[in-house]
Design a protein. Structure first.
Length: 225
């Protein structure tokens, strides 16, 4: 599966337009092996990730069951929330990626201070501002309580991005830069707060939020933490 994807992903039309692509992992072509790997990774987390349940909408169950291959352009830069705005496990198979991650409940108030206004311009405005950050502005953000989390992910390493975080990634090594990802959900008050903020950014940008509202109900703990 990995050999086939690594040899073909650069031919994907999305590589020419956005510099990244993805491909669903299917049964009898690596899915069982991926699920086994994810189970070993999930065992490191407490509490454990939410599993697909009968009371979930069909789309959410499918999102939690799926595993995707992803490919990135060598030297490419990207910034966004994680897929579906939820948590993400990223296993790097080839190449290296540099990350800067921001928690929304820290990022939004700090950006408002730097912009000197109470509107960050929705999701697109926040991403645009974050993508253009200088070193001095990064320091200014941290001075206003927003910590920028830096890491460099090499081959064979797994990175976890929490629910509702904004992530900037840049390919920094390798001609082939690709890996495997899975959407995950951890129930917590922090996850609920960050996802609520992400939903607000979607609404401010005029994007549909019906599925996000349904998903949000599964992120809040049943009992006080």
């Amino acid at each position: 599966m990995l050999t086939s994807f690594g040899g073909s992903y650069k031919k994907n039309p999305n590589m020419k337009t956005v510099g990244e692509c993805q491909e669903l992992v299917v049964k009898n072509n690596g899915l069982d092996e991926c699920q086994e790997m994810w189970q070993s990774v999930a065992a490191l987390f407490s509490p454990s990730f939410l599993q697909p349940a009968d009371d979930m909408e069909g789309y959410l169950k499918n999102v939690l069951k799926a595993t995707w291959l992803y490919g990135l352009d060598a030297g490419g830069n990207y910034i966004s929330h994680m897929p579906n705005g939820l948590g993400s496990l990223r296993f790097q198979c080839s190449g290296e990626v540099a990350w800067i991650l921001f928690e929304l409940k820290q990022l939004i108030p700090a950006v408002k201070i730097l912009l000197k206004k109470d509107d960050v311009g929705g999701l697109d405005g926040l991403n645009k501002f974050t993508q253009a950050l200088t070193s001095a502005e990064l320091e200014a953000l941290e001075g206003h309580g927003c910590v920028a989390h830096h890491c460099r992910q090499a081959e064979g390493q797994v990175m976890y991005a929490p629910v509702g975080w904004v992530a900037a990634e840049r390919s920094v090594k390798g001609v082939l830069v690709y890996g495997i990802r899975k959407v995950v959900m951890l129930t917590s008050n922090v996850a609920y707060e960050n996802y609520s903020l992400l939903q607000g950014l979607f609404e401010a940008s005029g994007k549909p939020v019906d599925k996000m509202k349904t998903t949000l109900s599964f992120l809040q703990p049943a009992e006080p933490e």
